[in-house]
Design a protein. Structure first.
Length: 197
């Protein structure tokens, strides 16, 4: 028989997700999570078991909400480089005006390639992004909105690299006006066909 929950799991996961985004996994204590979610230790343990399991749930939640929502809103909402640019720009508007960065990016930097138990969640998020970029580029190439001399998969890999590198700058607190200009500079070759993209 399943355990009943006496709290709103989505609200709790949102709060945990933003706490992990802000502090990182190691620096987040159970007390931080209790304060953020409003849950008592018993409720957290009863539902998730431990901090690692809650982090995995928060990472999955991030992929299903933040990543998928950005893909659906921006890559499926505008054509060609306009959609890609809109997705980059969306990273400058974070909850409460804070500078949390991306949970995938922050986690990849925190854990590296050391075989973290969270690798699957990070890899899944990156694969969602790269696959969405590839589909978007294929569509743009078919419509003549992007040049097709480079395979869509190769262009998608470059876009993922730019996107994740850009998110490191967001996390570092770089001036957002400067970043908005940088987005246009980074994406200009894709828009103008100046580089072998």
């Amino acid at each position: 028989m399943g355990r009943s929950k006496s709290f709103d799991e989505k609200t709790a996961l949102d709060a945990a997700m933003h706490t992990f985004r802000e502090r990182g996994f190691e620096a987040t204590s159970l007390k931080n999570l209790e304060r953020a979610t409003g849950l008592q230790p018993g409720s957290l343990y009863h539902c998730y078991g431990n901090k690692e399991a809650l982090f995995r749930a928060a990472l999955d939640h991030y992929n299903e909400t933040v990543v998928d929502r950005r893909i659906g809103t921006f890559l499926n909402g505008a054509e060609g480089v306009d959609g890609i640019e809109a997705m980059f720009v969306s990273t400058l508007r974070e909850p409460d005006g804070r500078t949390l960065g991306c949970l995938l990016t922050n986690s990849a930097v925190e854990f590296g390639a050391a075989g973290s138990p969270f690798t699957d969640g990070v890899d899944s998020g990156f694969a969602r992004l790269e696959g969405a970029f590839e589909s978007h580029v294929e569509r743009a190439q078919a419509q003549g909105l992007m040049l097709s001399r480079t395979p869509a998969a190769a262009t998608a890999a470059k876009l993922l690299l730019l996107y994740q590198g850009f998110l490191v700058l967001v996390r570092s607190g770089r001036n957002k006006d400067e970043l908005a200009v940088l987005i246009k500079d980074l994406l200009a070759p894709f828009r103008n066909g100046e580089a072998n993209v």
